[in-house]
Design a protein around this ligand. Structure first.
Ligand SMILES: [Fe+2]
Ligand SMILES: [Fe+2]
Length: 283
């Protein structure tokens, strides 16, 4: 079963003329089977057409609330270089083992549980040199996480300043996300938000650091943040616990494409990506 994705639906290269640099595609939370399929159908072509050197995707919702190793492997096989995580990452027990074995799978480094498996940052290779990726969670309206502002200092000290570094900040509050941008301004190449599943229109470059409050999601837009509306509406109407069932159908792929100077780590361009209406085939 394959999604009906044709090359005509891929927008032109967002930066216009190609200039040398590291092109990093960061994708928002991949939600459910339709989100996974949309990434699978689009990413191989997108990587080539847009000169993409490195891809991250937040995988915490690839199976709804949580992610299975199978879905994670599919995203990696589709061309994702590193999977980030969030507050739902530990819901699937099998993924805990996966985090121990797969260095391309991260989870927020500041999770409070001292015995949590996996790692929160890593160094990866691109065709244009190494890149560091840090995965953090916010504390505002988020349970179970330690101070991300303190945690990120440990990661930066460990990785040094010899490579571009990008941060997936999985957080609810835009104020907290913006605060991390100014905390890290000039010290990292990108700070991007995930978790809300709603793409913001505030992409910018502050100093030499690219930023967006939320990448959005790779999932069905006709939904409640990627989930079937009915059980959630019922939850709000009745007060009974909600059921979270990933919506199926046409899915969008959302995130940013950023251009990084490999020598200085400066972000020289950031473009919001929203490729919508990727039809999931039936049968
Ligand atoms: Fe999410
Ligand atoms: Fe989340």
């Amino acid at each position: 079963m394959r999604a009906n994705q044709s090359h005509e639906t891929i927008p032109p290269y967002p930066f216009g003329a190609y200039e040398d640099g590291i092109n990093i595609l960061m994708l928002g939370d991949v939600v459910g089977p339709s989100g996974v399929k949309a990434v699978e159908s689009l990413l191989p072509t997108l990587r080539q057409a847009w000169h993409v050197d490195f891809v991250s995707a937040n995988a915490e919702n690839a199976d709804g609330l949580g992610v299975t190793p199978d879905s994670a492997r599919r995203l990696l096989a589709a061309g994702v270089d590193v999977l980030t995580g969030g507050n739902h990452t530990f819901r699937n027990h099998k993924y805990r083992d996966f985090l121990l074995k797969e260095h391309r799978a991260l989870r927020p480094m500041n999770i409070a549980a001292p015995t949590a498996p996996g790692r929160g940052y890593g160094v990866y290779s691109t065709g244009k040199g190494k890149i560091g990726v840090i995965n953090l969670s916010g504390k505002t309206f988020m349970d179970a996480f330690d101070n991300p502002f303190a945690a990120v200092e440990l990661a930066l000290a460990d990785m040094g300043r010899s490579m571009p570094i990008v941060v997936d900040f999985h957080a609810e509050a835009t104020g907290e996300k913006k605060a991390l941008l100014y905390h890290l301004e000039g010290r990292v190449s990108l700070v991007v938000g995930t978790h809300t599943h709603v793409q913001t229109a505030d992409e910018t470059i502050v100093g030499q650091t690219g930023y967006i409050s939320d990448l959005g999601m790779c999932g069905v837009q006709n939904s409640i943040i990627g989930m079937n509306p009915e059980p959630i509406v019922s939850h709000y109407r009745t007060g009974l616990p909600p059921a979270f069932i990933p919506a199926r159908g046409k899915a969008a792929v959302q995130g940013v494409l950023a251009r990084i100077n490999p020598h200085t780590g400066a972000c020289t361009g950031i473009k919001r990506i929203n490729i919508s209406e990727i039809q999931e085939a039936t049968g």
